[in-house]
Design a protein. Structure first.
Length: 231
């Protein structure tokens, strides 16, 4: 019976053996391909890293980051003691138009920019300007003559100020000083706008409101502010 089964299987033995060989060869080829793939990937990694490095260098060359090197030597020209009482601050925005050569041939040689200026104006009274006779007591009442309020600071906020638009003539590269002039004009306009809005009057009121509380806490029953002294 066993011989009969063996006789029936004998024609299939070469096929079975071939299938086994193919399976062994296929598994070995898969392992070899995996090794080749890993080796190739390992070889490509340095190339990819080099390509990325070259790309970074090219980007740095086209769009360089400025290097700031401050001089280690510092010169202090003046030191002053201040007794300024800052009582009000304005935050102002102005749009400045600066232009040059805008005549008949402006489209050829003209230069025009719109500058959006954000600035700060601070005002108050300078207590250092008070003299000994600017404070006196009469019938138990404290009389105070404060200096007139003044502008302490009127400056641009460079982080928020920017050139919104600039139009150049087709034959010009632009005026290199135009933005500088626009910034200078912007500072003047910011201060002018604060003055027109009454910053000095409000600074004087705020100073008196602050100081009257201070004097009352010192024990004076009443305080009268006289007309401010002229600057």
């Amino acid at each position: 019976m066993g011989k009969l089964r063996l006789e029936k299987l004998r024609p299939w033995i070469p096929v079975i053996a071939l299938v086994i060989v193919i399976a062994i060869v296929g598994f070995g080829a898969y392992q070899v391909l995996a090794i080749v793939r890993d080796t190739a990937q390992a070889g490509l990694n340095p190339v990819q890293e080099m390509a990325n490095s070259v790309s970074t260098e090219v980007a740095n060359a086209l769009h360089p980051t400025p290097t700031i090197l401050p001089d280690p030597v510092t010169i202090v020209h003046e030191v002053r003691s201040l007794a300024r009482l800052e009582t009000i601050q304005y935050s102002v925005e102005k749009v400045i138009t600066a232009e040059t050569r805008q005549g008949l041939f402006g489209f050829l040689v003209g230069d025009k920019l719109l500058f959006v200026a954000h600035g700060t104006v601070i005002a108050g009274v300078d207590l250092e300007k008070m003299a000994a006779d600017d404070m006196w007591v009469e019938d138990g009442v404290l009389h105070v003559r404060l200096p007139a309020a003044e502008i302490f600071i009127a400056t641009l906020d460079n982080d928020q100020s920017y050139v919104y638009d600039r139009r150049l003539g087709v034959l010009t590269k632009g005026d290199t000083n135009l933005e500088t002039e626009a910034r200078a004009a912007a500072e003047e306009e910011i201060e002018k706008a604060a003055l027109e809005d009454g910053i000095l009057e409000q600074a004087q009121i705020n100073a008196e409101n602050f100081l009257i509380r201070f004097f009352l806490k010192l024990g004076f029953p009443d305080v009268i502010f006289e007309e401010p002294a002229a600057n």
